[in-house]
Unconditional design. Structure first.
Length: 307
């Protein structure tokens, strides 16, 4: 399904594909800070218009018991994650009941994953204090509404030594979905993840896939922070960011490694989408010698489907 390749060629400078009405990629603000909850509970979010790209959106809410979040039916596939606490979830005539698996993201099991097909509404009602993420992308070839319970989600121990981290495969490329891909990654303080540096900004199957990516961060200690560098081979983008608890980082293009400072265990949710639903990426050749985890063999990318 997936492939990793080392690309020795620099990417030409200029406008990145899908840069949103020709806006230069380097002009985007890549770090979006969390704020106090708005009246609807929103603490941070990004959509294609504000990101300057074509596919991926994410909104994160901190809800009190009884608060609701809703999305009307539209042409977008939705991913609903009750990251902390519990909430009731409904989509049309589907009632998923009250779902949730942990008090905080650091409490162990993956969250339940709810996928909502394009053309279906969704409504969440917090049963307890809850942290909820709702992601979206244009519908793809597969239209599916389903609940994946925590015990069916693959948990992977990836890397070794200072690159050891735990990965929850929430909605991997092998899952039945239209366009969205999602993972959770837990990086111990002092370690690195999204490592070695890799990129997925060029649609060149089966070598590399073009995927817009959003990182949502949490830390076991709220004063924690991470270092994330986002850089293209030609340095059209070259930014070093310090996301804190609740912040979002956008990766429109380029390599994007993450370092967790000593003492600050780091969590992030990755959400990705692009023209095709495969996770093929290219390593930075300067750092490819650090690759110490296996990637499944590639498959040809499917044709893009209209929503």
């Amino acid at each position: 399904m997936d492939q990793v390749t080392v690309d020795p060629r620099p990417r030409p400078a200029g406008i990145e594909p899908g840069a949103g009405q020709g806006r230069p990629a380097a002009a985007r603000p890549l770090l979006r800070r969390a704020a106090a909850p708005e009246p609807d509970g929103l603490i941070v979010g990004v959509d294609p218009a504000s990101a300057g790209w074509d596919y991926t959106d994410l909104a994160v809410y901190r809800l009190e018991p009884g608060q609701q979040v809703a999305r009307l039916a539209d042409a977008r596939e939705r991913l609903v994650l009750v990251l902390e606490g519990h909430a009731a979830v409904q989509s049309g005539d589907r009632d998923f009941g009250v779902v949730g698996s942990r008090a905080t993201v650091f409490d162990g099991p993956p969250p339940p994953v709810i996928l909502i097909s394009p053309g279906q509404p969704v409504r969440l009602t917090a049963a307890t204090d809850a942290l909820v993420a709702v992601a979206g992308a244009p519908g793809g070839a597969v239209h599916r509404t389903a609940l994946v319970p925590p015990d069916e989600i693959v948990v992977e121990e990836r890397g070794s030594g200072q690159t050891a981290r735990r990965v929850h495969h929430l909605l991997p490329p092998a899952a039945e979905a239209g366009r969205l891909i999602a993972f959770e990654v837990f990086t111990p303080g002092g370690n690195w993840s999204s490592y070695p540096p890799h990129k997925h900004d060029t649609e060149d199957p089966p070598t590399e896939a073009r995927l817009e990516e959003i990182y949502f961060y949490r830390f076991a200690k709220p004063q924690g922070f991470a270092f994330q560098r986002v850089y293209t081979p030609d340095r059209t983008i070259d930014e070093s960011l310090t996301p804190g608890d609740g912040d979002i980082v956008l990766v429109p293009a380029g390599f994007h490694p993450v370092g967790a400072p000593a003492g600050y265990d780091c969590y992030y949710l990755n959400v990705m989408a692009g023209p095709n639903r495969v996770w093929n990426f290219t390593l930075d050749p300067d750092h490819a010698w650090l690759m110490d985890w296996a990637v499944p063999a590639p498959e040809p990318a499917p044709r893009e489907a209209t929503a």
